[in-house]
Design a protein around this ligand. Sequence first.
Ligand code: URA
Length: 203
Amino acid sequence: MPVATEVSPETLDEARQAALQCRRCSLCEAATRTVWGEGDVGASLMIVGEQPGDREDLEGRPFVGPAGQVLRDLMGKVGMAAAEVWLTNAVKHFKFLPRGRHRLHQSPDRKEIEACRWWLDLELSLVRPRLTLALGASATFALTGNRAAMTRRRGMVEQGLHGGPVLISWHPSFILRLPNPQESEKARRELEQDLRTAWQMRE
Ligand code: URA
């Protein structure tokens, strides 16, 4: 039975070590490892995704799979280096459904996001970013506590549960999943615009 982690880390490195032992929900049972955030520990911009995917789970780093490639390409286009931001996820373990040799991504549910918010809050309190960029519905819920639809919220800044501003944007996987090429291109341009805005706002 998963149990809460009774620790109070004072640095990001201590937090990472503690998160490797996390048993706050059952996702730790099937995932390979905890995928902790990475980047600049004093970053003024934190970017939050949903959860590690298959590649991230195997490599132990956030955004190194196909969605990460989209994100990192767009970050490069707006002049943002990954090493200058703190890149993390709302949920630190990969949730999936085994299908033969494949592992199919499953979105984390409300309880899993709420259980993992403990780690996200800790990251926020240690990095102390000026701005947080939420990618997709799970990150937006984790950061704002509001599950309203994304359509009218994308591109807007809302107050986060931690008290700081949260800019809301599409998740790069959403761009990859859109079947219509025009819609996908439009969403890609919007994410690029939001990254550019975030990069300017963090100054
Ligand atoms: N999708 C995410 O939300 N995070 C990752 O790290 C990879 C894919």
